[in-house]
Design a protein around this ligand. Structure first.
Ligand code: NAD
Length: 525
């Protein structure tokens, strides 16, 4: 048999360029995803090198939006085992299943999904694993977590999606999802076994159905080192953008920061979750929790949410207004004229809900209105960036959930912000594992927001950005991690005493040194 040899002049060319060309030659995003997946298996250093050099191009292929397509089709594009499946049929011996994972002692971060609410695509069952893999790639790229210390996990608890149960190639177990009691028993055994088998691990829950996301975060957050990016990461990243936006807006209006008034359009799990996180903006500026709550108004499909509305859902009660007793306010312009908000945040999934009249109503009462249309993806966004700029004559302070291109209007180029969770979770995770924090406290999440808000460079401030540029992600993550470590120390949650002895600048450079880089000897986290 002939022995394959490398071509003699291979080393004179840059193989990364060749891989990029091969990647770009594929037209369908899913094909690109499959190509990248193969490259990761063949040469993971090269894969991460390419990712770090071309984040803007590759992240949307490894994470949203392409990962959604990869999940939907996962049973059909499956090539090789690439994560850990724990099934409801493993109940009673989950510890044994987890122990099969290599490298348990050195593992640092697990992303765990049960596939029940993947990116708004619904219940994808065992097809959810790519979401855990993709998120961990962002931890690796964003904070230099060592690839071999990451653990992608999919909990295979069945699925209520009939077309998967009927699909002969479906890779999951064929049963419906368990009732809450059975699921609780499974989750309790799972999380306790995780702690035993992976002593140095942080668990990040990802894309659980809304009720379960809140439930299991509350159930485990003070007992284990767990974090939920959908809830805590989103709140933290929006708080950070709001801090910078409020500074710009108050500088223009001369009004105190504590006087901001926020109107939430959309009161689902994301809207209410973000609103609760934004309470801390006001408490930071000296307001009591009650006074902070009074600065927030919420709107759902029936209009301004008031406490006297019949049959109000439980999660909407917290912000329901008790100080309005007029006729129900339904029209958004009327609501704006009544509330007089300085900021309008959209988490409604309602495309173009922020009409010209709405935006102009905000501009009429604010020198620099803050408008954040946060619904994803772009086809659900409440407002296009170029409309926001035109309708406010460039005065808007804007951040969206989905990325928009800069806009040039009357010879001035404006850059939008994007409230991307990737600004927060890699640094937060790195801070939690380096400090060996026992759990992730609210104050650690809040400090991550403040650190992100403070990470703007002079050039970014001059450009009036509310978020830093994503190509500096490792610097940003280091600053976030440092703030998280200091807060863990303040609350006595840390177990790495050595970090306490370090001055801030030394701590920051140690965090940089701990970051894994392709082709370099691996640091020990
Ligand atoms: P959801 O379906 O639970 O909630 C939607 C809310 O919008 C509900 O309160 C509903 O009553 C309200 N709504 C719908 N139609 C309306 C109308 N016509 N008028 C007024 N209100 C209306 O969704 P969710 O999970 O809360 O997510 C909302 C959006 O937030 C999604 O698009 C999601 O992608 C986005 N999101 C963005 C980020 C981010 O930017 N980082 C993070 C998380 C979620």
């Amino acid at each position: 048999m002939a022995i394959a040899r490398f071509p003699p002049y291979l080393i004179t060319s840059d193989h990364r360029e060749r891989c990029l060309e091969q990647l770009r030659s594929k037209s369908a995003p899913l094909e690109k995803y499959i190509y990248l997946n193969g490259l990761k298996e063949r040469d993971s250093n090269l894969f991460y090198d390419l990712l770090l050099q071309n984040m803007k191009e590759i992240i949307p292929l490894l994470y949203t939006p392409t990962v959604g397509e990869a999940c939907v089709n996962y049973s059909h594009i499956w090539r090789r085992p690439e994560g850990l499946y724990v099934s409801i049929e493993d109940k009673g011996h989950i510890r044994d299943i987890l122990s099969m994972w290599p490298n348990t002692i050195d593992s640092r971060i697990a992303v765990v999904t049960d596939g029940s609410r993947i990116l708004g695509l619904g219940d994808l069952g065992a097809n959810g694993l790519p979401i855990s893999i993709g998120k961990l790639d962002l931890y690796i790229a964003g904070a230099g977590i060592k690839p071999s210390s990451t653990v992608p996990i999919c909990l295979d608890l069945g699925t209520n999606t009939q077309r998967y149960l009927d699909d002969p190639l479906y890779i999951g177990i064929r049963r419906k999802r368990p009732d809450p009691e059975e699921m609780d028993e499974f989750m309790d055994e799972f999380i306790e076994a995780m702690k035993d088998v992976f002593p140095s691990l942080m668990v990040q829950f990802e894309d659980f159905s809304t009720d379960n996301a809140f439930k299991y975060l509350d159930r485990y957050r003070y007992k284990y080192r767990v974090f939920n990016d959908d809830i805590q990461g989103t709140g933290s990243v929006i708080l950070s953008g709001f801090i910078n936006a409020a500074n710009l807006s108050s500088a223009a209006s001369g009004k105190p920061l504590a006087d901001h008034r926020i109107l939430f359009f959309g009161a689902g799990s994301a809207g209410i979750g973000v609103a609760k996180q934004l309470l801390s903006f006001f408490t930071m500026h000296g307001l009591t929790p009650e006074e902070a709550k009074a600065r927030i108004w919420t709107v759902d499909s029936k209009g301004l949410i008031t406490a006297d509305r019949k049959g109000l859902q439980e999660h909407k009660k917290f912000f329901a207004r008790t100080d309005y007793d007029g006729p129900a306010l339904k029209d958004l312009v009327d609501i704006i004229n009544y509330v007089k908000p300085t900021a309008l945040l959209g988490l409604s999934t309602l495309k173009n809900a922020f009409s010209e009249a709405v935006v102009k109503a905000m501009a009429a009462i604010n020198e620099r209105p803050i408008i954040f249309p946060l619904s994803n993806p772009v086809n659900l966004s409440e407002l296009e960036y170029h409309d926001a700029i035109e309708w406010t004559n460039g005065k808007v302070i804007f951040a969206s959930g989905s990325p928009y291109f800069p806009v040039t209007y009357k010879d001035v180029t404006y850059e939008p912000g994007q409230g991307n969770n990737m600004y927060i979770f890699p640094g937060l995770g790195l801070g939690a594992i380096l400090s060996r924090a026992r759990h992730v406290s609210d104050a650690m999440v809040e400090q991550a927001s403040i650190a992100l808000a403070s990470s703007l460079t002079d050039e970014e401030k001059a450009a009036e950005l509310v978020y830093p540029r994503l190509n500096r992600i490792r610097d940003i993550s280091a600053q976030v991690a440092s703030a998280v470590i200091r807060q863990a120390q303040k609350e006595d949650l840390d177990a790495n005493n050595y970090l306490r002895t370090l001055p801030d600048d030394v701590l920051l450079s140690l965090i940089h040194d701990k970051m894994w880089r392709p082709h370099e000897p691996t640091p020990h986290l």
